[in-house]
Design a protein around this ligand. Structure first.
Ligand code: DLL
Length: 443
């Protein structure tokens, strides 16, 4: 019996049951878990106990979900300062896995899982993949990096958990990825969106038409990407491109996921309690208002985290999702509060540059922002690759395109910046998270 695309997308997986809990039941569960978690963190983690004591709080003060706002925040440096195992609430004998996220400076952040934590993580990954329309019978090519990064193993366990066939190919080795995709009949690819853009491009060069492959779903995350990037991907393949979100400090991937509606990411809030706060004041913000996402683990045993300041900027989406899930949705994350840079007094986020560039016909989603300082004045150059057709065109066409890009960036950023059109392939491709900004101002 053949199954239609729509039928696959709406197929129900039993692990997804909590996605549809009536809200009062969900809140009851959240409160129960929150109280138990706070009690345990207070008893087992000296850092958390001291932080709570400093704020004059005891676990008994958590009586309702609103009381979460009285708990102390945890920030990235708290994890660094307690490197490597200072925030663990379980003895090492109960820790079955360690992961680490490499920071840009200094020591990485280490995170720990008990067997129960790995099971919860797998469960939230099964729910993620089910929301993206995957099920038993899918052949999942996992091109997220395996290792200390949570992407590889997180997706791996989730895909096995849903009963799919996993190809644990990891990132890189692009030509082999394409051969495998073709020969093994991959139906779902999971990797960073920037790496998939590279795969599309390389497939074209190798004479492989992605539209002729059985590939029908892409599960993309671990870095910001825009709606224009989704359009770029979906217009060159037959797949539906889904956005998934997560971070090592909280569990890894599996914190939030889009559903078939592709309109906002449902947060698996029975395990990860979300708040959106004003990044300056730390005050909670109402639905619809943009701010910093703050997450509290409700079930984590090895390393419970209270109110983690993610620095990821988003907003809760109002209204019910047509998919029927009752889990709150957040807008896709296109920027972090710390990836902003200031050029001549103007705040710029790399995502604004991406949106402006991709809106102009003739460019490819490969770009690099280079910041320099000349005689004390900040300069910004945007290098962007153009399509081979445009590149081989007459000089006039290139000049016209460049002028359109300068104008498009001016419209979005409010300043005129340098645009340099570069040949296809001249910007380095990433196999994982793309690096979009090169800041040479300190050099
Ligand atoms: O990137 C976990 C992950 C793996 C998520 C695979 C999705 C898929 P970290 O390396 O700790 O963990 O990086 C977490 O990456 O705070 C965001 O800034 C960013 N990020 C993750 N997913 C998205 C997304 C993994 N869908 C940091 N959109 C987070 C935008 C994302 N940014």
């Amino acid at each position: 019996m053949s199954v239609t695309r729509e039928a696959i997308e709406t197929r129900f997986h039993p692990a997804s049951a909590p996605d549809y809990l009536p809200i009062p039941l969900l809140q009851h569960l959240q409160l129960e878990r929150l109280r138990a978690m706070v009690q345990r963190a207070y008893e087992k983690v000296e850092f958390t106990r001291k932080q709570m004591q400093a704020g004059g709080m005891t676990p008994e003060d958590v009586r309702g979900l609103d009381d979460i706002a009285r708990l102390p925040f945890t920030i990235k440096t708290d994890l660094r300062d307690n490197y490597p195992f200072g925030l663990f609430a379980s003895p090492m004998q109960e820790v079955v896995r360690l992961h680490a996220s490499s920071g840009t400076t200094g020591k990485p952040i280490v995170v720990a899982y008990t067997q129960g934590d790995v099971d919860v993580w797998t469960n939230s990954m099964v729910r993620t993949l089910a929301a993206c329309g995957l099920s038993k019978g899918d052949i999942v090519q996992n091109a997220y990096g395996y290792g200390l990064f949570t992407g590889g193993l997180g997706l791996h366990y989730g895909a096995e958990g849903i009963g799919a066939t996993v190809i644990p190919i990891s990132g890189g080795n692009t030509d082999r990825q394409i051969m495998v995709m073709k020969d093994f009949g991959t139906t779902a690819i999971v990797c960073t969106p920037s790496y998939f853009v590279h795969l599309i491009e390389r497939a074209g060069e190798m004479g492989v038409d992605m539209c002729e492959l059985p590939l029908r779903v892409g599960v993309f995350g671990a870095e910001p990407w825009s709606e224009s990037m989704r359009q770029h991907i979906e217009s060159r393949t037959l797949l539906k491109a889904y956005d998934i979100y997560g971070l090592s400090e909280i569990t890894g991937p599996g914190v939030a996921s889009e559903c078939a509606c592709q309109h906002g990411l449902h947060i698996f809030e029975d395990h990860f309690y979300p708040e959106i706060v004003n990044p300056q004041t730390g005050e909670s913000l109402p639905e619809g208002e943009e701010g910093e996402l703050v997450l509290t683990t409700l079930s984590k045993r090895a390393m419970p985290i209270l109110r983690y300041r993610t620095r990821d900027i988003t907003a809760f989406l109002p209204g019910a999702c047509p998919c029927g899930r009752t889990l709150r949705r957040m807008r896709r994350i296109t920027r972090r509060s710390d990836d902003m840079f200031i050029i001549r007094g103007i705040n710029v986020f790399p995502s604004q540059v991406e949106t402006a560039l991709l809106a102009v016909e003739g460019t490819l989603p490969h770009y690099l922002i280079i910041l320099t300082r000349d005689k004390g004045l900040d300069q910004m150059e945007v290098q962007v690759e153009v399509t081979p057709e445009v590149f081989s065109d007459k000089i006039g066409a290139l000049e016209g395109l460049q002028a359109r890009l300068v104008h498009a960036l001016d419209q979005v950023l409010g300043i005129r910046v340098e645009v340099r059109l570069v040949e296809p392939h001249s910007i380095a491709r990433s196999e994982g998270k793309a690096k979009r900004v090169l800041d040479r101002r300190q050099a």
